[in-house]
Design a binder for this molecule. Structure first.
Ligand code: IMP
Ligand code: MG
Length: 185
């Protein structure tokens, strides 16, 4: 286990199993959507960088369909903070999503502020449909209220790193998801 972790919360094998399950659920929904329209979808995945980088890379390789990827960014944690404060800044949302079926992909849903700001920015570009997928959802009251279609794991309200998630830019490369030691913050 990496030295800065207090403990591993979700190991790489459980992540892989759940990502494969999620992709099957998403694929079934996409199939139904395509059938109801009698044709191909114009799928665009919008992964939120940098945290969703590894998750989206694994997810799309389980989805053998025509799709495009446009990374977008949202930031709300200044530096070493472990609680999101301040305004959420969004960039990279494609200018015109008319006729596109969008899947917004993020690493973790905490207060839900990031997702709601992103969802309104994306809706402003008039996609045909918008769904949201997060790998992790924290057990906090406001997270449950967020508008999210696919959730990988519900986790306790702790600060986690690994599998793309960072603290001050570090630990994204850890293959497991773990709770960061308090003295490593
Ligand atoms: P929210 O706006 O409070 O929902 O925060 C969501 C964003 O904060 C996520 O996209 C992450 O980038 C970051 N975040 C929230 N909790 C954690 C955590 O436990 N570890 C690492 N990043 C986190
Ligand atoms: Mg993020």
């Amino acid at each position: 286990m990496a030295a800065d972790l207090e403990r591993i919360l979700i190991d790489r094998d459980r992540i892989a199993v759940r990502v494969a399950e999620l992709s099957r659920t998403i694929e079934d929904d996409l199939e139904a959507m395509a059938a109801s329209r009698g044709g191909e979808l114009e799928l665009v995945f919008l992964p939120v960088m940098t945290g969703a980088m590894i998750f989206v890379a694994d997810l799309i390789r389980c989805l053998p369909r025509r799709l495009r990827i446009h990374p977008i960014t949202a930031s709300s944690y200044p530096g070493k903070a472990t609680r999101s404060i301040g305004a959420v800044t969004v960039s990279g949302v494609p200018a015109d999503l008319t006729g596109r079926d969008v899947l917004l992909v993020d690493d973790i849903l905490d207060s839900g502020r990031t997702l709601s700001v992103l969802q309104s920015a994306i809706q402003g570009q008039r996609p045909r449909s918008l769904r949201t997928c997060v790998l992790l959802r924290k057990d906090v009251a406001r997270a449950a209220e967020a508008d999210c279609d696919y959730v990988g794991f519900d986790i306790p309200d702790a600060f986690v790193v690994g599998y793309g998630l960072d603290h001050d830019g570090l630990h994204r490369n850890l293959p497991d998801i773990g709770i960061l030691r308090t003295d490593a913050r």
